[in-house]
Each structure stands twice: as structure tokens, then as C-alpha cells.
Ligand binder design. Sequence first.
Ligand SMILES: [Ca+2]
Ligand SMILES: [Ca+2]
Length: 331
Amino acid sequence: MSRLARHTKGALAGYSTVVLAARLLALIAASVPVAMACSFYAPSTEDYARPRQLEGMGGANGQGGDSGVGASGNGGGSAGLAGEGTVSEAGAGGEAGEAGGTGGGAPCAPAPERCNGVDDDCDNIIDEGCPTGFLRASTTKETSLGDSTGGTTFADLCANDELIVGLQLGFSGWLYQLTGICQRYSLAVNTQLTPWKYSVAFEATRLLPSHPASTNGALQQVSCAAGMVLVGVHVYEQYGNAAHTGNPYITGLSISCAAPTFDPSATNPQLTWAGAVELGPFIDSSFNASEALRKDQLLSNGRLVVGLHGSAGFWVDNVGLTSSSVQVLIK
Ligand SMILES: [Ca+2]
Ligand SMILES: [Ca+2]
């Protein structure tokens, strides 16, 4: 039944023809602004959640009726009914909104927290106990290799989010320049798997300062395979005579590489590695295997190379690794 017909039916009961005519006129006068007001109003989803605002509109319509003449009192009352009708319609909308709210806020059923982007255990924290990044610990200068003398010391560090992944060597009879190669690393997350799988991602590389700063030596970069980082260095020293007197020189060099991994469920997870692979030796024409003395610096598991140190003058006197451990940050 239309609003106007509904109001007319209610208004007809118990009135004479004259009174009815006057009341009908009052009803029409009162209903027009209500209909106009409603025609401008199209409830939105947000309005469904605010039925009080709609009640206010109904009240305003009723006041409009009071300002009329004659049967203004009745008109006001009818307009009030019309306003109530609007509120009733708005109330139906409000119920629909509540139904939607119930669907979105289903009771949380606690389950063991997993790394999946969801608050499984219902403590309002998403993925607590899951990896969020890496943090390098303090650094240690490992024993340097090489017995040549006369150079000045140097020490260079990669940035906190970088690891040494290789060396740039400058040979000219023996090692005339050394440069570290740093590579950025970060936490990678595969969200296609459940639970999410975490790993180490590698990005851009850059060179540390060279020692000495300039060289006539032939440059070559020796780097670990993709996904692997430096965990050791091995130098070959040669003396200029069979008695091994005087100053020795570094005529060859090898590097050891390993792939850093981590177990997020460990008590204090950190980057670890196993099964180092040696690359080299990288040598110059003066290298003589029968004369060369090998010296090794292989880090222990959990230690990674984050810088180089040593000494150099006209050539490289000795080579040292600067190591650190890398903690896996947990939320
Ligand atoms: Ca949680
Ligand atoms: Ca989770």
C-alpha cells in the first residue's frame, strides 16, 4: 500500500464528509514535503548503520505539518506517521547492516600460529614468531694471511645489509691489488606456499675500496655462484728462493663459498651454511705449485664475511677476512 493511501485509510475513520475533505487536503499538504524529502534521499550502506539520522528526518517532517492551518494538528500527526514510516524503512536497512557485520566478525577459532598472514591463534597479532628481516652482529677481524711486510693496513666493511660474495684481484707477477665485492641481501617470502617459505634474496653488488688504490695489474673478478657467499680465503705464498728467505709474495688465491640458509623455527635463528665449495686457485704466471705455500682461513659455520682487512703498499702484503654472524629477526 502506498504511503498516501495508507494515510488516507487511517484518516477516513470516524469523520464527517466535510471534516474528511479538510483532513484529506491537510494530508496531501503534509505528504508532499515528505515525499519530496524522501525522493532526495537514497540510503547508502553507511546510512544503514545510522538509523538515528533517519529518525531525525521524520521529526523534521512532522514539524512541517504543525506550521499548517486549520487541521494543522491532524496534519502534523499524519506527517509524524509518515516520518515513522520512513524510520521503519530505515530500520529494515539497519537490520541488513547488522547481518553483514555478523558475517565479517565471525568468532575467531584459535589454532597454532603459522606464517600465513593471518592471526591464527586469535591474539590480535598476525604471524608472531615469523621472520621479519636480518640483523648483522658485531664484526671480528680474522687472522690475515701473508707474510710480506712494508705495507699499510686497511679495513673495509660492507653495509649492514651486504655480504662479501667475491674478490677482485689485480695480478702482475703476484697480487698487486685486492678489492672486496659486496652484495645486498634481504629476506624473501614465498606467499604461494602455506605456511609461507622464507629464504635469502640477493640483489645489487658493489666494490669496496681497492688496496692499493691503483694498479697496473690485470683485473679479474672471482665471485661465488648465485646464492652463495664468501666463507673462506686461501692464499699461496712464494719466496724468491728455495731457502724461503726474504719477502714472500702472494702468487695465487682461492675462495670458499657456501649458500646461507636459516631455520625460522630455531631457538635463535641465524644464517648458517654447510658444505663450502672452493673456487681457484686464481694465479699469475709466476705461480709455481711446487714452491707455493698454501695458507687457509675458512670460517666456522654461522660466520660470514662482511669485510676485508690486511695491508698493502705497492702490492698486497696480506689478506684478512672480517666476519660476523647474521641474526634472523622474529616478530
Ligand atoms: Ca596471532
Ligand atoms: Ca599466522
